[in-house]
Structures are given as structure tokens and as C-alpha cells.
Design a protein around this ligand. Structure first.
Ligand SMILES: [Zn+2]
Length: 201
């Protein structure tokens, strides 16, 4: 589920739809939580779909560390990538704002954490655009991503967190350990697909 103070908008024919902030969303706000209603498609179920449906699944999903495609039931599935994204996935099953987001600003994300199988060309406006998001981005960039997440997570327990109730109890305990001592931080590398355990087609 995505943060309640967001809305779906049409951007243009090239980009399609995107998600925008309706209010100020401060850095450290939990912007998305994988809730109990998200659609999970196992590698076995994925293989049973037609090529056309696989394209739909790839467009709207991310792939978790088990190789499961996850599609949001709400408008979270329309969040676009930006190489200078303002939200990012964390090891804690949620996405966090990594800087302040202002009303009317597009909510953007880092697709390099989604365990993509093939390169995806990018349409982002960033001057330092990577032009392509690649499967190897995860290994190349995760230390930078961890630094951003750790900074934004610090003090996030003092912010209004309308999605906090969606976080499972084990993750809440992990978060409490982080707030007590930053060395308990869990690296986002935990989201990396474990190829030893699954095969995806
Ligand atoms: Zn870019």
C-alpha cells in the first residue's frame, strides 16, 4: 500500500502514468509497505502465463529475494524510476522517502533493487541519468543505497507514519533495534534475489 497522501496522474504518452505527492512528505516517511493484499506470483505460476501476460507482470511488478513477482493492488504499481529517486526500497519490507518530497512532486523509485532480469531503458529527466537500469546495478550501487537509507531511517520513528501499522511484528522489532543502535541496520542487499534457491524463467 502506498502513502495515503499520493495520487495517480497521467504524465504524457511516453511515460504514461505516475504517482504524485498531494502534501509535504518529509524525509524518513514510509511511503510504501508490502501489505497482506499485494499480489504474489511464484516462479511456477509466472511460467504458466502467456508471453503477453508475462509482459504485463514485468511492467507492474518487482521481484523479491525469493524470486516472487509482487504487484501492488493499489496505485503503488505506477511509481516510475528516477536515477535521482526520492524514495527507495529497504530491507524492512517498505520504501522510505530519502529526501523531503513537496506537494505536486512525482514520487520516484530505484528500479535497480527490483531484481530485474533484463536491462530497462530509462526516460528519467536526471542530468546524471544511467540511461539503462541493469541487473548488475544491485551489486554496484547497494553500498550507496544503504548510506541513503540509513541516513533517512535515522529519526524516522519521530515522524508521523500512517503506514506503520502495516509492518509485521518481526520487522518492527528489527526497526526498534536500529533506532536503539544504528549498527543494527539491515542492508538492503537482503532484497537481492537468492539464485541458489530459486530459478526464474
Ligand atoms: Zn535516469
Amino acid at each position: 500500500m502506498i502513502h495515503p497522501n499520493t495520487e495517480l496522474r497521467f504524465i504524457n504518452d511516453a511515460v504514461g502514468l505516475g504517482i504524485f505527492a498531494k502534501t509535504f512528505i518529509p524525509e524518513g516517511t514510509i511511503v510504501y509497505v508490502k501489505d497482506s493484499l499485494e499480489i504474489e506470483i511464484s516462479p511456477e505460476d509466472y511460467a504458466k502465463h502467456s508471453d503477453q501476460m508475462k509482459d504485463v507482470i514485468e511492467k507492474y511488478s518487482y521481484i523479491d529475494q525469493r524470486g516472487v513477482h509482487i504487484i501492488s493492488w493499489d496505485h503503488a504499481k505506477y511509481v516510475n524510476h528516477c536515477c535521482n529517486c526520492n524514495t527507495i526500497s529497504t530491507a524492512y519490507g517498505f520504501e522510505i522517502a530519502i529526501r523531503d518530497i513537496f506537494p505536486g512532486e512525482e514520487i520516484t523509485d530505484e528500479y535497480g533493487l527490483f531484481n530485474i532480469k533484463q536491462e530497462i531503458p530509462l526516460l528519467c529527466n536526471n542530468a546524471h541519468c544511467r540511461k539503462m537500469v541493469r541487473p548488475e546495478d544491485f551489486d554496484n550501487y547497494y553500498p550507496q543505497w544503504d548510506e541513503k537509507i540509513k541516513k533517512s531511517l535515522t529519526g524516522s520513528d519521530k515522524l508521523p507514519q500512517p503506514l506503520y501499522h502495516l509492518i509485521d511484528e518481526d520487522t518492527k522489532k528489527e526497526l526498534e533495534l536500529f533506532y536503539l543502535a544504528p549498527e543494527n541496520y539491515q542492508s538492503v542487499y537482503r532484497l537481492k534475489l537468492q539464485l541458489n534457491h530459486v530459478s526464474i524463467h
